[in-house]
Design a protein around this ligand. Structure first.
Ligand SMILES: Cc1cc2nc3c(=O)[nH]c(=O)nc-3n(C[C@H](O)[C@H](O)[C@H](O)COP(=O)(O)O)c2cc1C
Length: 361
């Protein structure tokens, strides 16, 4: 379905090349300071980066249509709308006959039939992450009232990886001034070269986004099916092109012994902390007071200019496909703010459900 959440409920609507896209956020407590400019700032962070992204000229301008009055949430549903102003649908009709390898065209055509709106990828477009970013921005403002902070950045693109164990302060905000959203200028230059090399070959690359969340109280997450990591993973997998999610040492934990993997407890300034964070801030599906630490793997962009084999559903024969149009050779930099947004949505919902946030702030 297009709705997520039990207490902080988000519905997304629209399609890539229809009149517009948007979301309705229901259940946001009243009295939260909410500026349209803050949502707009997050949407701007989703724009393609100059030099390595598509030149989509028009900015996504958000209209906050309800639920906010005199700069504060009213407790009513918050509706946000983004007009689709810069569309070129001409290149998409062919994909109904010759579906793009790696994209949703073929299963969507079989599922929805010939009426499927394939323009721009329709509801399977990465563009649908813009309303997610808008809703996530509202969630981040709500969570900021509880001292919860988010910082995501690009950890790898192709073969270029950032091996440093970064702290939240190091990557907060400043990564958005770099085209790849890398944590340093040096990594940014190497990652840009990786994207441009793929682009030169008419190809694409994937990568990994890391997200850190600090300030969560201990115990956020509900048993059994609504765990903190389970809800986060569900929302992270809603982002198109996500192929893997790891918390803390993730798959690496399976190659260690308990004595290496266990995060031992200690007191730090009167608070219970752990000396390491292999758990990534989650134990038993609940936050444990350490920073939440998750990584999200993105596949390379499916739509590439390089000729690929596909099938012609009209002739019943194999065919070659060369994809034109505006596609980023790497979607990772644009996805960084999306990862922050959906993480905030899952946490906001669980915190309201768990009684950590009152109906009026
Ligand atoms: C911000 C963002 C932008 C995207 N842009 C494109 C794009 O330009 N071209 C493309 O083929 N896929 C793009 N995608 C990914 C596709 O939407 C996705 O691969 C497709 O819907 C199939 O879903 P799956 O990869 O999750 O299986 C984008 C994803 C995100 C998150």
């Amino acid at each position: 379905m297009n709705t997520y959440g039990a207490a902080f409920r988000v519905t997304v609507f629209g399609s890539s090349h229809g009149p517009g896209i948007g979301c309705v956020v229901d259940g946001c407590p009243a009295g939260v300071e909410m500026a349209q400019e803050a949502v707009q700032k997050d949407l701007d962070r989703r724009r393609p980066s100059p030099g390595i992204g598509t030149p989509r000229a028009e900015e996504d301008l958000v209209q906050m249509q309800s639920g906010v009055h005199e700069g504060r949430t009213t407790g009513a549903p918050i509706q946000m709308y983004i007009e689709n102003r810069d569309r070129d649908s001409s290149k998409y009709a062919a994909f109904k006959r010759t579906p793009r390898p790696g994209h949703a065209d073929y299963p969507a055509l079989v599922k929805y039939g010939p009426g499927h709106d394939i323009r721009g990828g329709g509801q399977f477009s990465g563009r649908m992450t813009a309303p997610l970013v808008a809703a996530g921005s509202v969630a981040k403002s709500l969570l900021a009232t509880k001292g919860i902070r988010f910082a995501a950045y690009t950890r790898s693109i192709g073969k270029v990886a950032d091996e440093e164990d970064r702290r939240l302060e190091e990557v907060l905000d400043n990564v958005y001034s770099r085209p790849t959203r890398a944590a340093s200028d040096e990594l940014d230059a190497r990652m840009r070269a990786e994207v441009l090399a793929a682009k030169e070959d008419g190809d694409s690359v994937g990568g990994v986004v890391r997200c850190l969340v600090e300030g969560l109280p201990v115990g956020v997450g509900e048993p059994f099916f609504d765990t903190l990591d389970g809800e986060l993973a569900k929302l992270l997998f809603a982002i198109p092109a996500v192929k893997g999610v790891e918390f803390g040492s993730g798959f690496g934990a399976s190659r260690t012994r308990g004595s290496e993997n266990n995060d031992v407890y200690q007191f730090q300034e009167g608070r219970v902390r752990t000396s390491t964070n292999h758990a990534g801030g989650v134990l038993g599906g609940m936050s444990n007071g350490m920073p939440l630490d998750l990584r999200v793997a993105f596949k390379p962009t499916a739509s590439i200019p390089k000729a690929q084999r596909t099938v012609d559903l009209g002739t019943g024969k194999e065919a070659m496909l060369k994809i034109e149009g505006r596609h980023d050779p790497c979607i990772v930099p644009r996805a960084v703010v999306v990862v922050e947004a959906v993480s905030a949505l899952a946490i906001a919902d669980l915190m309201i459900r768990g009684g950590y946030i009152a109906r009026t702030c």
